[in-house]
Design a protein around this ligand. Structure first.
Ligand code: MF3
Ligand code: CO
Ligand code: CO
Length: 281
């Protein structure tokens, strides 16, 4: 497998003035969020909408996953879809990120910048979309297979999806958030996969990344109690090899140091009275 390398990035796409921007656009970063991660029903209802729009935008981008399409073309489709549905692409100008989604191919763990690289037969491409609409965020990611992917890649993707679902099924009020990583890491370990530790799930609602951390590995830290109304993401990244990461000179693109491939799936969810409701379907 040829290593992924940077390609030219097109100029930033414009968002019409009528689409409300999140507060961090134009700033170096968001203001520190010190509010709650538990959202009232009116906000959760808005999140259902943001989540649906994010999922549909991701699916629109995924339709283009085929050998020869550039990740920039996928970004364009997602950008246009979000705008047509009244949403701002939350990654665009978030801490200076230049594009409307993240596209992370093969050994790119996450935060890949859509660029002029044409997808190749056998690529695994993660598309991560966050919609900002009506003051709230919906954040989702999935792994898509380009052309013929080998058996090992297919299994990595399927098992990462299953790992995410198991994490979601572990959600219940009264438990601590670190049960999620416990079940994910136990499942990943059966197959010898490395669980990425440098990037985690996060509180996600009025704030894109609230400060609440949801690790995908087993740790006694991060022991916040889950309560109904709490909104956060679960987004495991599993590596075929070592999960150790390094960042490209662009300041964003995270890759495995050993260049092993990574799959990722992400949903935003709300804790219910007896489990979780997935918002990004
Ligand atoms: N959507 C990513 C997440 O799951 C965050 C992307 S931030 C960006 O948290 F700046 F890289 F776009
Ligand atoms: Co996320
Ligand atoms: Co995301």
């Amino acid at each position: 497998m040829t290593p992924v390398r940077p390609y030219p990035v097109t100029p930033m796409r414009q968002v019409p003035e009528r689409i409300p921007r999140p507060p961090y656009v134009g700033d170096p970063g968001p203001e520190l969020y010190d509010g709650p991660d538990v959202m009232p029903p009116e906000i959760v209802e808005k999140m259902r909408h943001a989540g649906r729009v994010a999922a549909a935008a991701m699916a629109a981008g995924a339709e283009l996953v085929t050998p020869g399409t550039t990740t920039d073309a996928i970004d364009a489709a997602i950008h246009d879809f979000l705008i047509q549905h009244g949403a701002y692409p939350a990654t665009l100008r978030y801490r200076g990120f230049p594009k409307s989604c993240c596209t992370s191919v093969n050994e790119v763990i996450c935060h890949g910048i859509p660029d002029a690289r044409p997808l190749e037969d056998g690529d695994m491409v993660k598309i991560d979309v966050t919609a900002y609409i009506d003051g709230v965020h919906g954040d989702t990611c999935a792994t898509y297979l380009c052309g013929e992917v080998d058996e090992a890649g297919l299994l990595l993707s399927e098992r990462t999806h299953e790992a995410m679902l198991r994490g979601i099924r572990a959600v219940r009020p009264g438990r601590r958030v670190n049960v999620i990583g416990r079940v994910i890491e136990a499942f990943a370990g059966r197959f010898g996969y490395g669980v990425v530790r440098d990037f985690t799930g996060h509180g996600c609602h009025v704030a894109f990344h609230s400060g609440l951390i949801i690790p995908h590995y087993d740790t006694p830290r991060f022991d916040d109690l889950m309560v109904p109304g709490m909104c956060f993401t679960i987004e495991p990244m599993l590596a075929e090899g070592s999960p150790e990461s390094s960042i490209w000179a662009d300041g964003w693109t995270a890759v495995t140091r050993d260049r092993s491939r990574v799959a990722q799936f992400e949903h935003t969810l709300v804790v219910t009275e007896d489990g979780a409701e997935i918002l990004t379907l």
